[in-house]
Design a protein around this ligand. Structure first.
Ligand code: SF4
Length: 341
């Protein structure tokens, strides 16, 4: 066993291991065109077999070991995490782990109305909801399963009532698809205490047909809102915060933009990702993962796990968004629906 390492563990760019994003399933009940297009994720798509998926006890163990290496923020993702049964049981196992300061979930909110209170009772701190438009025709075109906006708003209301707010609303903006919805979304959530973060459309995975022409730069999104409601920039709340934050000068709250394409933020990226089948990814745009499930099921001790995890992070040098070129876009990058955003 190696001598205990100074905490938190730093990668080759001096970035601390701080955030763990856990995909608890590769399944989703939406088919968002920029993430899980139907043409690729059709009826005969082979999702991960049950036996290959980490169970809650294995996930709990990984989190416990990683908090010992500096992880303080844990986000549950998918696919759509709420399609995994009894997720509140996992939340109840993770919330008491010493070192877990922030336990959150990213969801499309399709099932949130019926789950919010259970998640809150189990110890969830807050939720982030994906919502790409407020008008049904656009939203249904983007989720591609005909799911209505009203039921997402019901989920947001239930989460707020359960004390899981203030809620962050993530909205991917794609030119020609929902860029007209930016002011609708900003207008709807102004003054509610909830914060919309507009996300530049990204070349995640290798199946969404990404083109730079379809990206609406963050600067353009901010200018559009500022022309309607005057904004002023405010600094990040912590190192590694992905959104550029802006305050409405009239006091109606905040709005954010996540500009991975035009203003990359790799220099402060503190995120490690775990897929539902136990593969570790040190970047959202990685082309390969590192098997942890084998180690978990091989009788390795917690100390062995810790050594392996810190060794992986210490050699990390990912900064894809800073190095993105027309060639890198074509790389066989891992699908976002498999490792979560
Ligand atoms: S591109 Fe990779 S390294 Fe850069 S911010 Fe995103 S996940 Fe982090």
């Amino acid at each position: 066993m190696q001598a205990p390492q100074p905490l938190p563990v730093l990668d080759t760019l001096g970035r601390p291991l701080h955030d763990l994003r856990i995909s608890v399933t590769d399944r989703c009940n939406f088919r968002c065109v920029y993430c899980m297009p139907k043409e690729v994720f059709g009826r005969d798509h082979a999702f991960l077999p049950r036996a290959e998926i980490l169970d809650f006890e294995e996930i709990e163990r990984v989190v416990r070991v990683l908090t010992g290496l500096g992880v303080a923020k844990v986000r549950l993702t998918g696919g759509e995490p709420l399609v995994r049964r009894n997720l509140e049981r996992l939340v109840a196992m993770l919330a008491p782990i010493p070192g877990v300061e922030d336990l959150t979930l990213t969801t499309n909110a399709s099932l949130l109305a019926g789950k919010a209170q259970e998640l809150a009772d189990a110890g969830m701190h807050r939720v982030t909801v994906s919502l790409d438009a407020l008008d049904d025709p656009t939203f249904m075109r983007m989720n591609d399963v005909g799911f209505p906006v009203a039921r997402v708003l019901d989920g947001i209301a239930a989460a707020e009532a359960a004390g899981l707010g203030p809620i962050k609303i993530n909205s991917v903006v794609r030119r020609g698809l929902n860029d007209h919805a930016v002011l609708d979304l900003a207008g709807h959530f102004r003054g509610t205490g909830h914060t919309v973060r507009f996300i530049e459309y990204m070349d995640v995975g290798h199946s969404n047909g990404w083109r730079m022409d379809d990206v609406v730069p963050a600067a353009e999104i901010v200018a559009t809102i500022d022309a309607r409601w005057s904004l002023e920039p405010i600094g990040p709340a912590y190192r590694g915060e992905v959104a550029n934050r802006y305050r409405y000068r009239d006091g109606a709250g905040e709005v954010g933009v996540i500009a991975s394409v035009t203003q990359p933020f790799c220099g402060d990226c503190t995120r490690l990702r775990l897929s539902a089948d136990g593969q570790l990814f040190t970047c959202l745009f990685a082309t390969r993962g590192h098997d942890l499930r084998g180690l978990l099921r091989s009788g390795a001790t917690d100390a062995d796990l810790a050594d392996s995890l810190s060794a992986l992070w210490r050699v990390r040098d990912d900064r894809y968004s800073e190095l993105r070129t027309a060639d890198t876009v074509e790389l066989p990058k891992v699908e976002m629906s498999y490792i979560g955003g």
